[in-house]
Design a protein around this ligand. Structure first.
Ligand SMILES: [Zn+2]
Length: 457
């Protein structure tokens, strides 16, 4: 079969994304998924018991929202506590015995704040991954002959080892599992040695490699000749300024994946990620404070809540109405790129939200403004918190690195420009403490943007 010229990986399903026909299919699948979870997964059955709803009561999406309270990682932690951190018992409650018999691989979050959140991969999940990431990879223009370096963490990381299944249906693509743990020097050397042409990892690692390349490769990252960067696990690549810098330095296209099953497109201006999985997962937005449903209209903002429609092959989301606490904005009008699927942008995390005099501020949005001043700013910064979030005693305090070549005498003018940009885009006027270049620690995995000064008191 000659498939090289086709528009989509799945020519039957992808043209139907975000259409009324797809909504009908979703409702049918949702009804049988609810039945599965109610009968097999104690965690979901318990939540439905609270509202008194039964699977046969679900006749519409509205019925579903009323029947099942939203759950998140905090609810997982309650289950761990309930069983005294006995993981086997907690898994039975969270995932159900039927799926546990099919458990193939276990990955987790980093667990910096206690017990890591488990991300199981069931045998059937590997098939679903192959299908969904086939769609994603095809849209990123991954084709036979490409060589992809996996530079996410490989140690239990949910985006690491599972890569081996993600792209298994894209025949002709070969994978190089280098891993973030290898460190920047080895990552750069191995990518060069094996002539890898695709990088897959966090955007902060991709940015860090730019700074390390001249020393390690005796040349710029552009000399690697990469074709594309697949960025995920943090919002950087969705921030236009970060994306522009990565594209310029690497001479490669940058695609953003994550926070669900989505991928950005090749349109020159960032349009958000196209949601490519209507037939596998039901996507909702709710108000982050009241948890009431928000209509899926162009430009709507809310907490993203996801429900798997194929219960025995779930990826990342394993229960009804689960949220990772990401705040999304959605775009339902057709994308100028011409590809199907509504689009979403991550605008922050509900639990990262800071409130400065009642104004919500997301660290990722602050990062966007900082990055727009590259190269006069290096892009590295911290938000210093004197009290636990979300409350901030004004002004919002920032530590910001200025770039190479910025003189002491340039700082007052630069500071005024940065503050004006912050004020017009974020409605806050922070206090800036200046640092020289390369003072703040660079993270190989996720960059911590908050400095919790109140913990050191
Ligand atoms: Zn598009």
């Amino acid at each position: 079969m000659n498939t090289s010229g086709r528009k989509y990986f799945n020519m039957e399903i992808e043209p139907l994304l975000n259409t009324p026909q797809m909504r009908d299919l979703q409702l049918k699948k949702l009804q049988s998924a609810v039945k599965y979870f109610y009968e097999n997964v104690p965690f979901d059955r318990r939540r439905m018991t609270k509202t008194g709803a039964l699977p046969e009561d679900i006749r519409s999406f509205g019925d579903f929202a009323r029947a099942v309270p939203i759950a998140g990682q905090a609810d997982y932690r309650d289950v761990f506590k309930e069983v005294d951190s006995d993981m086997a018992k907690s898994f039975e409650i969270l995932f159900g015995e039927a799926r546990l018999r099919d458990l193939h691989l276990l990955t987790t979050t980093s667990g910096t704040t206690g017990i890591p959140t488990p991300y199981p991969v069931f045998h059937k999940t590997t098939e679903a991954m192959g299908e969904l990431f086939g769609r994603i990879g095809w849209r990123m223009n991954i084709r036979a002959g490409d060589k992809l370096a996996i530079c996410f963490g490989l140690s239990m990381h949910a985006a690491g080892i599972p890569h081996l299944y993600w792209f298994k249906k894209l025949h002709g693509l070969s994978l190089y599992p280098i891993g973030a743990e290898a460190g920047t020097e080895r990552i750069l050397s191995l990518m060069k040695l094996f002539k890898v042409n695709i990088f897959s990892g966090t955007p902060s690692l991709a940015q860090h490699l730019i700074e390390r390349a001249p020393e390690v490769l005796r040349d710029s990252v552009g000399s690697l000749g990469l074709k594309l960067l697949v960025c995920g696990a943090e919002p950087g690549a969705g921030i236009p300024e970060v994306r522009r810098r990565l594209e310029e330095e690497y001479g490669a296209r940058v695609f953003d994946i994550g926070a669900g099953y989505g991928v950005s497109c090749d349109y020159p201006d960032y349009q958000g990620m196209h949601w490519i999985a209507d037939d596998y997962c039901y996507y909702e937005l709710v108000d982050p404070e009241t948890l009431e449903p928000v209509p899926m209209v162009h430009g709507a903002t809310g907490l993203a809540v996801l429900t798997p429609l194929e219960p025995d092959s779930t990826i990342f989301f394993h229960n009804l109405r689960f949220t990772l606490n990401d705040i999304h904005q959605i775009y339902t009008d057709p994308c100028p790129c011409g590809l199907s699927g509504f689009r979403y942008k991550i605008i922050g995390r509900a639990d990262d939200m800071l409130k400065v005099k009642g104004v919500p501020v997301y660290p990722a949005a602050v990062q966007g403004v900082i990055n727009s001043f590259f190269p006069r700013l290096t892009g590295a910064f911290r938000i210093v918190l004197d009290v636990p979030p979300p409350r901030v005693i004004p002004p919002l305090k920032l530590k910001v690195e200025h770039g190479e070549g910025v003189r002491e005498s340039d700082l007052p003018g630069l500071e005024k420009e940065v503050l004006d940009a912050m004020h017009s885009q974020l409605k806050v006027r922070p206090a800036i403490a200046w640092l020289g270049p390369n003072i703040l620690e660079r993270a190989v995995k996720k960059t911590q943007l908050l400095e919790k000064a109140y913990e050191q008191k």
